[in-house]
Design a protein around this ligand. Structure first.
Ligand code: PEP
Ligand code: MG
Length: 749
């Protein structure tokens, strides 16, 4: 990136407050593009107008006063265009009539560009010159390069401003677990991350100052020790860095800056982060590359002090009765820390519908919205927020009227759940007598109780990785045996499908770090198990020993992409079985199955199915690999769609091949819990749908309210369609017509 661009970017990034951000944008861009004047219009959707919000080089123009109707005139024209409008004289256009001529007095050269945020028009930027001269191609490309950052900075500043005024604001993300929840935001943040620490009031100012002092001393000691340890390896000049770090920490001005913020009532962690980011921004704005790089040193120093501050802080967090976890990246471990029954919502900046946290949210029946970019996470700790998991919206500081509306909706949801609980002992049978089996997906400790309470007929997928993720080492064979036994016992004599460890991708074990460019195409699932057979054998032995008295164990292998992987894994299972039989002769050889999650397995389905007892389709991964859409990336979430015709064709092909071999086939991906998809899955002929306990009653409701004849007709119709969106809409209408609209949106009516 050119130095000029870098500096402009940096100045916009470090501007604070909406007015300053907008002013920095017009000023810096005018200088960058060599413009004599600039106007920034933002859209006021309440009034359907563009409003002048910032200007440069136009002394008599009144900010906030100049307004134009949405979609009209020159600004309307720019807003509609997908590329900039570059003219040597703006008066050459017929649309100028409605544009205020005093704004443009004496100016000719013209460049206009529309600013969008997530495809939604946000406003228009106009640059002008006195000369009758177009802007250069290079200048236009600079502007285009910066538009995403401009839009993000404006939205983030607008959000912060609205929040500061205690006004309500709605942020949009990706709907990831249905339901609505009203509660208090509890911000979760990774350790030593200077940008994630929430803005909190100090409970005890003196105690905060004391902890800050202590953290400073500990960091100095740490740096001294580090410097001494490296004495043999680094020269004294090279070790100078440590002395300069120590000097900064000992400098009275740094200490005073942090303490002054604490004295104003902020807790030490926030005060430290503010001071450090201010200094980092100052260094980053320097053009001398050597001095600029010192920003990384300041940041590193800040992280070290923060680490000590956080180590000294009380580890136990307080969770309100209605906790909504909010974070840059909410993790499975942070969910587990919330006391049972307190968690009522999840909001994450990163991630998407099929990230594993979203899957856990659905398992818990907790509404979740993922991919909420521009979420002011550091500003909302302990504020009231609403999560609408149907529409993917998050309401910050909601008005009392909005709160009342959502309370009514959540009450209606509770009533619906109560009604659905009466289906517990009824079969999943269509109106014309076609019977389907409904199994449950499990993983968390509380899932056993939830699964039994909804009348699941078996476990179709137990994700064994969850206890692995919550520990700081691999669980021993005996620890694993105890966990697996509980589930096998609770469901005996019904079948329990235990999936062998499936980590990698977005499921990382803290003690098995995998740092890869492309983790979803990397070392995950069966690939790790076969490369580390010891862990795999330990797990299989634990599973076999756990099954001794129950004989209901099914072992399922994830991420199979090659026939050899299956053969190799089966050989290992046989080896583990021989070992276990020596001491536990009553253990039976388990049924073995595989997950179809990779396109290559779809094309080799017959070869694979011949070798196993059952097949289960993991649509969460299969869809991401078929459509080449990262399941964890909010930016491409709208391309991730289970109704894509290619997905439907793949499912039909698998079911057909398995049935030819008289093998049972189930689906355990999240698609099976989607009421719209259930209609198609019935018609495709799946034997078993395996869904989370919280989804099961709703799935049963769909099955019991449809006839197979109607489902087959709908399948026939959608197979003629090419657009996932149209297929989805067609199914939505069918669900509404069957009186099941409450399954796809909040409330009953
Ligand atoms: C799947 O991929 O559909 C699946 C069930 O596995 P996971 O979501 O755990 O990757
Ligand atoms: Mg998977």
């Amino acid at each position: 990136m050119s130095e000029k661009l870098r500096l402009v970017r940096q100045k916009i990034k470090s501007a604070k407050g909406l007015d300053v951000v907008l002013h920095t944008i017009v000023e810096q861009l005018s200088k960058l593009l060599d413009a004599d004047a600039c106007c920034l219009f933002l859209i006021d959707y309440a009034q359907d107008e563009y409003v002048l919000k910032a200007k440069y080089g136009l002394p008599s123009t009144a900010i906030g006063q100049i307004r134009f109707r949405l979609g009209e005139g020159l600004i309307g024209l720019i807003s509609k265009r997908s590329e900039p409008l570059n003219l040597d004289d703006w008066q050459s256009l017929p649309e100028v009539a409605s544009f205020s001529s005093d704004v443009m007095q004496g100016l000719h050269g013209f460049l206009g560009i529309s600013i969008r945020y997530k495809c939604q028009p946000l406003g228009v930027l106009i640059f002008q010159r006195q000369a009758k001269q177009r802007f250069h191609e290079e200048q236009i490309s600079w502007l285009i390069t910066l538009t995403v950052q401009i839009a993000t900075s404006i939205v983030a500043a607008q959000t912060n401003e609205t929040l500061k005024d205690q006004k309500s604001i709605v942020l949009v993300g990706i709907p990831s677990s249905s339901g609505v929840g009203i509660g208090k935001a509890v911000v979760v943040y990774p350790r030593s991350n200077l940008r994630a620490v929430p803005d909190r009031a100090a409970k005890d100012i003196d105690a905060e100052i004391k902890s800050f002092k202590m953290a400073l001393i500990e960091t100095q000691e740490e740096l001294q020790a580090l410097s001494q340890r490296l004495a043999g390896r680094l020269s004294s000049e090279e070790r100078e860095l440590f002395s300069s770090y120590i000097q900064i920490l000992a400098s009275p001005s740094f200490y005073k800056e942090v303490v002054s913020l604490i004295s104003k009532g902020k807790w030490a962690q926030w005060a430290l982060c503010q001071v450090i980011s201010q200094h980092v921004a100052e260094f980053e704005a320097i053009s001398d590359p050597y001095l600029r790089e010192r920003s990384a040193d300041v940041e590193d120093l800040g992280r070290r002090v923060l680490f000590h501050l956080q180590s000294g802080a009380r580890a136990v967090r307080e969770y309100p009765k209605k906790t909504i976890l909010v974070g840059e990246e909410v993790t499975a471990a942070s969910l587990a820390e919330v006391p049972e029954g307190y968690l009522i919502g999840i909001v994450s900046v990163k991630g998407s519908t099929n990230s594993h946290v979203a899957i856990l949210a659905r398992a818990l029946g907790v509404p979740a919205v993922m991919g909420v970019e521009c979420m002011p996470i550091t500003q909302i700790d302990f504020r009231t927020i609403i999560v609408d998991g149907y529409y993917g919206q998050v309401y910050l500081s909601p008005s009392s009227q909005i709160c009342r509306e959502f309370l009514t909706l959540s009450e209606e949801e509770r009533e619906l759940d109560k009604e659905l609980s009466s289906l517990r002992d009824l079969p999943a049978e269509t109106l014309d007598g076609y019977r389907l089996s409904l199994y449950v997906n499990t993983g968390l400790a509380g899932d056993i109780h939830r699964a039994l309470s909804v009348g699941a007929e078996g476990v179709g997928l137990h994700r064994t990785e969850v206890p692995f993720m919550l520990r700081d080492r691999f669980p021993t064979e005996e620890e694993q045996r105890i966990i697996y036994r509980q589930l096998l016992k609770a469901f005996s004599p019904s079948s329990v499908v235990m999936r062998t460890l499936d980590v990698g991708g977005d499921k990382i074990l803290p003690y098995l770090p995998i740092d890869e460019e492309n983790p979803f195409l990397g070392w995950r699932g069966i690939r790790i198990s076969l490369d580390q057979p010891n862990n795999f054998l330990t797990q299989v032995r634990a599973l076999l020993r756990a099954s001794e008295a129950f004989h209901n164990l099914h072992i399922m292998l994830p991420m199979i992409s090659h026939v050899e992987q299956l053969d190799e894994a089966v050989a290992l299972i046989q080896r583990a079985y021989q070992t276990v039989r020596e001491t536990h002769p009553m253990v039976e050889f388990p049924k073995i199955g595989i997950m179809i999650e990779v396109p290559s397995a779809v094309y080799q389905i017959t070869l694979l199915a011949e070798r196993v007892d059952f097949i289960s389709i993991g649509t969460n991964d299969l869809i991401q690999y078929l459509l080449a859409v990262d399941r964890n990336n909010g930016r491409v979430a709208k391309l991730y769609n289970c109704f894509h015709p290619a997905v439907l064709q793949a499912l039909m092909q698998i079911v057909h091949a398995c049935h030819q071999l008289k093998k049972k086939v189930s689906i355990c991906g999240e698609m099976a819990g989607d009421p719209l998809a259930v209609i198609l899955l019935m018609a495709i002929g799946f034997d078993i749908l395996s869904v989370s306990a919280s989804r099961l009653p709703r799935v049963k409701w769909v099955v019991r309210n449809f006839s197979m004849k109607k489902a087959e007709l709908l399948l026939e119709q959608v197979l003629k369609m090419h657009s996932p969106r149209l297929i989805q809409q067609h199914l939505e209408r069918a669900l509404e017509a069957a009186g099941l609209g409450g399954l796809i949106r909040a409330g009953r009516s």
